[in-house]
Design a protein around this ligand. Structure first.
Ligand SMILES: *[C@@H]1O[C@H](CO)[C@@H](O)[C@H](O)[C@H]1NC(C)=O
Ligand SMILES: *[C@@H]1O[C@H](CO)[C@@H](O)[C@H](O)[C@H]1NC(C)=O
Ligand SMILES: *[C@@H]1O[C@H](CO)[C@@H](O)[C@H](O)[C@H]1NC(C)=O
Ligand SMILES: *[C@@H]1O[C@H](CO)[C@@H](O)[C@H](O)[C@H]1NC(C)=O
Ligand SMILES: *[C@@H]1O[C@H](CO)[C@@H](O)[C@H](O)[C@H]1NC(C)=O
Ligand SMILES: *[C@@H]1O[C@H](CO)[C@@H](O)[C@H](O)[C@H]1NC(C)=O
Ligand SMILES: *[C@@H]1O[C@H](CO)[C@@H](O)[C@H](O)[C@H]1NC(C)=O
Ligand SMILES: *[C@@H]1O[C@H](CO)[C@@H](O)[C@H](O)[C@H]1NC(C)=O
Length: 447
């Protein structure tokens, strides 16, 4: 090559230059494929998620979720059976599919209160529930005739469970509702042989919408509306990450935060982090100056306890930042809480630290909507990717493309109707008898 270049060097270096360009191009576009795609359906595998694709003709029907979940959860359900967390009940009495009505009884209180007693059937199961044959009551005198008794874990004690005199119809479902991985209790809940659970664990009989849900828009945003949204968001948000943290006991996430803040500015609120740690570190400020175009380094000094949960200050902050540290207090299977979903709701990109499998996020989160910390070898590499997003509107857009077609829900009132509808779906499609023989093990998987 050298000889060749000496002889006719101008042309030769020109060719070399072109070759180098194409190598760079190949490297750039293959290593950071996100920035090269701008279409929502590019390379995204909708068969691996529980929500419908924007192109699904039945996309408005909740049955799409139920069927996709059944398919995706089958393997984990088999594992729960193989570990004897759940056990199949061999019962000669068949389960015959009928078009009967199903009566739910709220048997225990829910965090000390009666929850759905005064609501209408429509409010409880939602307008979109494809079944209209489920009914709800808080009248315990009807318990012996009911098809499902609902027990909320927090309120379940030997005094709030039916007495031994109660004859349990083998067609009746006892359902345990529990949304936390920690399972502290002074007595053995397994003796009650709950048939089903409602929780965040993916193969719980009702798990859809435990803390959040990806929901398709009836009318997608037009390209123009969406483009305006993106450029507005890209230019107006501070180039910082935001974090609200109150539980100081969780060390893994505090350690990750301390590492990340050395490379990227993070505004923290809550009592766990000192004021001098909450501000962008000097190092992060310097890095930011070198790496970003904009001068937006947030200057205002807050006391870390200025901003309380649900305050108007919090509402304001989530609309100002670009990233949110959605760091879970515990890394348990499927335990992805409202932190993550709130971030999505308010236009932030969640930086996800929690379940050790990315798949647990991907199957329920909107397409390409979050950054998974374990994808990066260390906090510095993650920070570099965050700077890339700040500097590149196309890449920023990649993480927000889903917003043209989907929205997310995260509050209990938005989600509970989907959860109860999923129970109603299970009753209508029940094919086997089962009970839980180890609820604790089921809730603390991969913790
Ligand atoms: C789970 O077990 C059932 C019954 O043995 C089987 O039909 C199904 O294919 C299994 N699912 C997976 C994903 O292996
Ligand atoms: C269910 O249906 C089968 C066959 O039709 C019948 O033999 C059985 O008695 C039914 N079981 C119940 C509990 O009704
Ligand atoms: C509860 O159900 C019982 C039995 O049907 C009925 O006698 C009673 O009036 C009901 N109580 C209320 C508050 O509706
Ligand atoms: C259960 O039955 C026993 C006697 O069989 C009776 O003494 C007791 O009062 C009953 N308890 C309830 C809650 O009905
Ligand atoms: C058990 O419940 C089923 C369905 O509600 C009902 O058809 C059956 O009569 C009940 N059995 C007894 C013994 O109460
Ligand atoms: C914050 O202040 C405390 C004591 O005032 C000090 O020990 C700590 O090193 C400071 N942290 C940083 C990141 O500057
Ligand atoms: C940020 O703070 C520095 C130092 O206090 C000050 O010089 C600068 O003008 C401030 N920038 C903005 C945008 O307020
Ligand atoms: C519910 O669990 C009980 C206790 O194991 C069992 O006898 C019954 O068959 C189960 N029912 C259904 C519908 O799964």
């Amino acid at each position: 090559m050298d000889k060749l270049c000496k002889r006719r060097y101008k042309k030769c270096y020109y060719i070399l230059f072109i070759m180098m360009l194409s190598v760079i191009e190949i490297l750039f576009f293959t290593s950071s494929s996100p920035s090269s795609s701008s279409n929502i359906n590019d390379e995204f595998d909708y068969s691996a998620v529980i929500y419908p694709s924007p192109f699904d003709i039945n996309r408005a029907n909740l049955l799409v979720y139920f069927n996709k979940k059944d398919f995706l959860a089958s393997n984990e359900d088999n594992i729960s059976l193989s570990k004897y967390h759940k056990i199949l009940d061999d019962d000669i009495r068949n389960i015959n599919k009928t078009n009967e009505n199903f009566l739910f009884i709220e048997y225990t209180n829910i965090f000390g209160y009666k929850k759905f007693c005064t609501k209408t059937q429509r409010e409880i199961f939602g307008d979109k529930c494809p079944y209209k044959n489920c009914f709800y009551s808080c009248n315990r005198s009807l318990a012996s005739q009911a098809h499902l008794l609902l027990f909320h874990k927090y309120d379940t004690t030997p005094n709030t469970i039916p007495s031994q005199n109660f004859t349990r119809n083998s067609s009746q479902i006892w359902l345990l509702w529990h949304d936390e991985p920690n399972f502290i209790h002074g007595y053995d809940l397994n003796i009650y042989k709950f048939n089903w659970t409602m929780s965040y664990v993916f193969d719980a009989e009702a798990s859809i919408g435990a803390y959040g849900m990806t929901i398709i828009k009836e009318k997608p945003l037009s390209n123009e509306e969406f483009n305006n949204y993106i450029s507005q968001e890209f230019s107006s948000r501070y180039h910082q990450a935001l974090w609200f943290v109150t539980n100081c006991g969780a060390k893994r996430r505090l350690n990750y935060f301390r590492e990340l803040r050395q490379y990227f500015p993070i505004q923290v609120f809550g009592s766990c982090v000192r004021l001098n740690e909450s501000l962008p570190s000097l190092n992060a400020r310097q890095l930011a100056k070198q790496l970003i175009r904009s001068e937006y380094i947030y200057n205002k000094t807050f006391k870390s306890t200025d901003c309380n949960r649900w305050s108007s200050c919090e509402e304001e902050q989530v609309k100002l930042h670009m990233f949110y540290l959605a760091f879970e207090s515990q890394s348990c299977k499927d335990y992805i809480t409202e932190k993550f979903w709130r971030a999505l709701k308010y236009g932030l990109i969640p930086i996800a630290l929690g379940p050790l499998s990315k798949e647990h996020y991907r199957r329920i989160a909107p397409p390409n909507s979050f950054i998974y910390t374990n994808d990066f070898s260390n906090a510095k590499a993650l920070a570099q990717h965050m700077y890339d997003i700040i500097n590149n509107e196309k890449l920023f857009r990649f993480y927000h493309n889903w917003r043209q077609y989907y929205y997310t829900g995260y509050t209990a009132s938005e989600l509970e109707k989907y959860r109860l509808c999923e129970i109603c779906h299970r009753l209508n499609t029940m094919k086997r008898r089962q009970h839980y023989s180890d609820v604790k093990a089921f809730f603390t998987q991969q913790c």
